[in-house]
Design a protein around this ligand. Structure first.
Ligand code: GTP
Ligand code: SPV
Ligand code: MN
Length: 596
């Protein structure tokens, strides 16, 4: 092996784990980096790497008075979001990946990727990043090791995961760890592949340097590989936020919620209740991913496998998400927002006064008259979880939190009411399986188009979606105290195109109804689609702009013409999945039609 930086710079010795050493050696021989850097996760290492990143112009240092410990990164303009068309599940049989995933045979894909990786790190440094998904000491925690030639990936992974020595210690001599290889190559979209090998617990990502494509612990391990592991091991890996709601008597209710990318998970998880909700408090367990497993007491327990937030920036301000603003005040990496020459940052929706001399996300001076956005709509902040003033103490609990409610939601201008509750678990699985949402900038694709995004997992399920629904139905047998299931939509619009619901902190009103339904305290009306609150069942005190019964009726309206269309759209997914679709879901569909 060539030179190992950190053993010289920080006195770190190489781990003794033979499987790990042998695999790193193999990848070194394939990619031939000039140097190998074993990350230990220390502060000294962070300083050293940050300085290098600044010297290499990968990071720009922000004004340290305004933004202590914060840095800025421009990604390649061709590389600003996840790319679903380049994301593959590589298992032996195509039908195991299912009709909603891109599939390739493992051997062919390995050959192709190894060909691209051969000599790819020549002249570069290969960083070895051992990391944990989950709190140290949790029985649910998994170990991953990412080998990457991107210093930006290292600095992001050290925020997003528990990284370095802590992970090597957890791993010990065990050979059970996820093997991740990442190389930016020449960042050519034509040579961009994000590939998962569930049977080998392995990931290879090439040709990108951005977010979910390259921070391999996040979407690749915690969701795609994780969902496949969960199916075999009896748990669920979900694209869900986790929050703790505490009522004025101090009673805590834990809620998990799945909304598609850029549809409000971070905002809901960090919500601050309106003034009129005296004594109510929301704390954040997680904002993107939940791993959920039945506990010995029969309840469903969830951990957040991450240690940081990779959050959407545009639209974030002190009013919409106060805790996100606090989270990004220090030790944060900003990617693709707008900046000023003197080290300040700005984005659409921050405030109404863009500073003079703004430099847009592409690095060009920005002209407010150009009609172009200064910050990319999918620009992000990477911030440590502990920056959040309202982070839940439970985020570090190895056993996780017992879930009372599971909430599904999408971004829908019509059809979907503000909130309704499923009749039971199977009906809830049907509601989750049929979630539709308008596409957002979080993935390259057609903005605004409604597509089915079952359980917000369409881009993240690592195996056949039909089998995944089966797994959800199977879980019912393993959970004795079943969480109640709900559906929400913050995005319904009136005929003028304005949101009918104020959203953000005001979502507390919906959350209160949900929590009280779980406790059997709140009333609801049985309707064709589920249980719904009436106007008088929700606390509407002090809603900005007011909420009349008429407006609430528009929000909750079940429009039969819209639902007829909705059922046709649901059919598209069901037909695609027909081979493996559980009968229970077809049956739920028939029941819904007969009720409507
Ligand atoms: P990913 O990180 O991509 O998984 O996204 P996310 O689900 O965490 O979404 P996030 O909370 O970052 O919100 C995305 C966008 O939706 C932001 O621009 C928010 O301002 C907007 N948004 C969030 N909550 C609400 C809401 O209640 N109402 C409205 N109208 N917009 C919202
Ligand atoms: C998402 O797209 O759901 C994200 C951002 O959370 S990324 O990490 O890029 O996948
Ligand atoms: Mn996400």
């Amino acid at each position: 092996m060539s030179k190992t930086f950190s053993s010289e710079t920080f006195g770190q010795t190489l781990p003794s784990n033979k499987k790990l050493l042998a695999w790193v050696k193999e990848v070194v021989e394939l990619t031939t980096p000039d140097q190998i850097f074993w990350c230990d996760g220390s502060e000294e290492e962070k300083e050293f790497l940050t300085k290098q990143a600044v010297d290499q112009k990968i990071l720009i240092k922000l004004d340290q008075k305004k933004w202590p410990g914060c840095y800025y990164h421009h990604s390649n303009p061709n590389d600003v979001a996840r790319v679903e068309q380049s994301t593959f599940i590589c298992c032996e049989r195509k039908e195991d990946a299912g009709p909603t995933n891109n599939w390739a045979a493992p051997k062919e894909m390995y050959d192709k990727l190894h060909g691209m990786l051969r000599g790819a790190m020549k002249g570069r440094t290969m960083y070895v990043i051992p990391y944990l998904m989950g709190p140290a000491g949790s029985p649910m925690t998994k170990v991953g090791v990412e080998l990457t030639d991107s210093i930006y990936v290292v600095l992001n992974m050290r925020i997003m995961t528990r990284m370095g020595k802590v992970a090597l210690k957890h791993l010990g001599e065990n050979s059970d760890f996820n093997r991740g290889i990442h190389s930016v190559l020449d960042c050519d979209p034509a040579r961009r592949f994000i590939c998962h090998f569930p049977q080998d617990n392995a990931i290879i990502s090439v040709g990108s340097g951005y977010g979910g494509n390259v921070l391999l612990g996040k979407k690749c391990l915690a969701l795609r590989i994780g969902s496949a592991l969960g199916r075999n091991e009896g748990w669920l890996a979900e694209h869900m936020l986790l929050l703790c709601l505490e009522d004025p008597e101090g009673k805590k209710t834990y809620v998990a919620a799945a909304f598609p990318s850029a549809c409000g998970k971070t905002n809901f998880a960090m919500m601050i209740p309106p003034e009129s909700f005296k004594g109510w408090k929301v704390t954040t367990v997680g904002d993107d991913i939940a791993w959920m497993k039945p506990g010995a007491d029969g309840r469903l327990y969830a951990i957040n496998p991450e240690a940081g937030y990779f959050g959407v920036v545009p639209g974030t301000n002190n009013k919409s998400n106060f805790n996100a603003m606090r989270s990004m005040e220090c030790d944060t990496i900003f990617t693709n927002v707008a900046r000023t020459p003197d080290g300040d940052v700005w984005w659409e929706g921050k405030d109404n006064s863009p500073p003079k001399d703004l430099i847009d996300w592409k690095g060009n001076s920005w002209n407010p008259e150009s009609g172009e956005k200064a910050a990319h709509p999918n620009s992000r902040f990477t911030a440590p979880m502990k920056n959040n003033p309202d982070v839940a103490e439970e985020a570090e609990w190895p056993e996780g939190v017992p879930i009372s409610a599971i909430v599904f939601g999408g971004r829908r201008a019509n059809t979907m009411p503000l909130v309704f509750q499923a009749f039971n678990w199977i009906h809830g699985v049907y509601i989750g399986a049929t979630v539709g949402s308008e596409m957002t900038a979080a993935a390259a694709g057609t903005l605004g188009q409604v597509r089915r995004d079952p359980m917000a997992m369409l881009p993240f399920c690592g195996y056949n979606m039909g089998k995944y629904f089966d797994h959800w139905l199977e879980m019912r047998r393993m959970i004795k105290v079943l969480p109640r299931i709900f559906h929400v939509n913050w995005f319904r619009k009136d005929s003028y195109g304005n949101f009918l619901w104020p959203g953000f902190g005001e979502n507390m009103r919906v959350l209160q109804w949900i929590a009280e339904r779980c406790q059997g305290r709140a009333n609801g009306l049985e309707t064709a689609i589920g249980w719904m609150p009436r106007y008088e069942d929700m606390n509407m005190n002090g809603i900005p702009g007011g909420m009349t019964p008429e407006r609430f009726e528009a929000l909750q309206k079940i429009d039969f013409e819209e639902w007829r269309r909705e059922l046709i759209l649901q059919d598209e997914l069901f037909i695609k999945l027909y081979r493996d679709l559980p009968k229970e879901l077809m049956c739920q569909r028939e029941l819904l039609i007969s009720r409507l």
